[in-house]
Design a protein around this ligand. Structure first.
Ligand code: G16
Length: 542
């Protein structure tokens, strides 16, 4: 059989639900798992085409719905250097996902091959992994059907965190080159992180233990594995206490736990019994986001979110580059989204004196903007982010001749940080070790970190509407252009609140519109959010 016949035959086993329109969104396709069979099969076709287009470089495929509830699942594609799938290919993937019949699917597949000048003779290579959701194995079977029908070579890495799959994709595609990213195995990932952590600590010690809420997701078993490679705090390592690591009880995933719960509810997961001032953090369902927090005896629950992690990292790395004598030659910047607290943006520009850039939601936008700097610190307020270093920066860290022991110290730490920080995507495990290194170097408790600036009170609300696609934004999602007139109503409400700011945008991962509001006081922020949510609700079903 020709590959076309193979695809046609295989596609018949994965029929598309007739009444559905699919869209490659903020983080790939994501919805109730029962709707995903054809979507995953067709995303497998996209992965094979993409690999062939890139001369047989390996494409990563991750099956996960990250922070979404257990009954959802999703699929996202990873480009060769571990980045998110290139933008124009989201459209190709969407087109394949929406073909109405098996025959039309094959037609679109052939059309893409021809228009993108893809040789069917080129070997396609794909690796994939999934999180711990019960729907994962069946979706993997649909993916494998597609890869076999297209004649792609593939490797199943079973369960991994999303950032581990990104890491492996980059390792494979850089193997044997000067940019070689690491050993191609899960073990290689743990070894790279743990040895970089040890080098970055430089004899400093962490204080007490950290409680890590793993959202009852794949981060639990993977953190347990990572711990085996880390020393205890008494030996210069770190003491980690894991909570919410039940991956057998499917319904517990992200339920009353995890980074999204903590950020949106602004409270600790009930299962976390940490005492006052103890460091705590929460991962999300696929361990690509992290949020820190602690209980302050005077002020109650205190959140140290993605903005606070970004500012901590930017200030630490900024100091190191100055100590290393590299401040003049390396440009450092911070990339945020509209969800960044206004106080954090102020702190970056006024206190750290660094430029900020605002992009739409979605790691692909932030990552791209961050690569314009030599040291690009990017974090979404929800805890998704990392720090990327330019080739020039990495070269400078490794080749600059130190003029003093202090300079050598700073350069060594920068080299270690480059290895510690996942360069492909936000990675909760890597980010946690980064924060722990910085707090140890500064001898800071979470309270001292919290005091660097005071967040404006804020509220994030999820509004279910009849049709979220009615909401179209501009200006990095800070303004609505549709439905007409809604932005004027929001502006009118915002004007009534001191330090008020609010925006609404359709979620790319959930069937809802998100409303963010901040204002001078807690009650005003809540009030503004509720009022804007009411406007959204009213206009979302027309
Ligand atoms: C994904 C994306 C993030 C985004 C989040 C929420 O996170 O990777 O960039 O902030 O969804 O997006 P939205 O507001 O469009 O629903 P995750 O951790 O769920 O993969």
């Amino acid at each position: 059989m020709s590959s076309t016949d193979n695809i046609l035959a295989a596609s018949k086993k994965h029929p598309k639900p007739a009444d559905r329109v699919f869209q490659y969104g903020t983080a790939g396709f994501r919805m109730n798992a029962s709707l995903l069979d054809s979507v995953v099969f067709r995303a497998g076709l996209t992965a094979a085409l993409r690999s062939r287009k890139l001369g047989g470089q390996t494409i990563g495929v991750m099956i996960t719905a990250s922070h979404n509830p257990p009954e959802d699942n999703g699929i996202k594609l990873v480009d060769p250097m571990g980045e998110m799938l290139e933008n124009s290919w989201e459209a190709h993937s969407t087109e394949l996902a929406n073909a109405q019949s098996d025959e039309e699917l094959v037609q679109i597949y052939k059309k893409l091959e021809a228009s993108l000048k893809i040789s069917p003779e080129t070997t396609a290579r794909v690796i994939f992994a999934r999180d711990t959701r019960p729907s994962g194995p069946k979706l993997v079977a649909a993916l494998v059907d597609a890869l076999e029908a297209t004649g792609a070579e593939y490797t199943d890495y079973k369960t991994l965190t999303t950032p581990q799959l990104h890491y492996l994709t980059r390792c494979i595609n850089t193997e044997g080159t000067p940019q070689s990213y690491g050993e191609i195995s899960e073990k290689g990932y743990y070894e790279k992180l743990s040895s970089a952590f040890k080098r970055a600590m430089k004899g400093k010690t962490t204080s007490g233990h950290i409680t890590v809420d793993c959202a009852n997701g794949v981060g639990g078993p993977k953190l347990t594995e990572l711990i085996k490679y880390l020393d205890k705090a008494s030996e210069g390592g770190i003491d980690i206490k894991i909570v919410n690591d039940d991956v057998l009880k499917a319904e517990s995933l992200n339920h009353e736990c995890g980074a999204d719960y903590v950020k949106t509810k602004q409270r600790a997961p009930p299962a976390s019994k940490a005492g006052p001032n103890e460091r705590c953090c929460s991962l999300d369902g696929d361990a690509d986001r992290i949020i820190y927090y602690f209980s302050d005896p005077e002020n109650g629950f205190r959140l140290l979110d993605g903005d606070k992690i970004a500012t901590l990292a930017a200030s630490f790395i900024g100091d190191l580059t100055r100590e290393a004598g590299l401040a003049e030659e390396l440009k450092i910047g911070v990339v945020q989204t509209a969800y960044a607290n206004g106080a954090s943006t102020n702190y970056v520009t006024k206190s750290l004196k660094l430029p900020t850039v605002c992009t739409p939601t979605g790691v692909k936008w932030l990552h791209h903007a961050a690569t314009k700097f030599d040291v690009g610190v990017y974090f979404e307020a929800n805890g998704h982010g990392t720090v990327v270093f330019s080739q020039q920066a990495v070269k400078a860290f490794h080749t600059k001749e130190p003029q003093s022991p202090a300079q050598k110290n700073a350069l060594d730490t920068l080299c270690a940080l480059y290895d510690l920080i996942n360069q492909t995507v936000g990675d909760a495990l890597s980010d946690m070790l980064l924060v722990e290194v910085i707090l140890a170097h500064k001898s800071w408790t979470p309270k001292e970190w919290d005091l660097t600036y005071v967040d404006l009170p804020n509220r994030l609300v999820r509004v279910e509407v009849g049709n979220r696609n009615l909401f179209k934004t501009t200006d990095a999602e800070r303004k609505l252009v549709e439905p007409q007139g809604v932005q004027a109503q929001i502006d009118g409400l915002v004007a009534k609140f001191k330090d008020g700011r609010s925006f609404a945008r359709a979620s790319g991962t959930e069937d809802a519109v998100r409303v963010y509001a901040e204002a001078a006081t807690r009650s005003e922020a809540d009030d503004l959010a509720a009022k804007v949510a009411a406007v959204v609700k009213q206009n979302g079903s027309i």
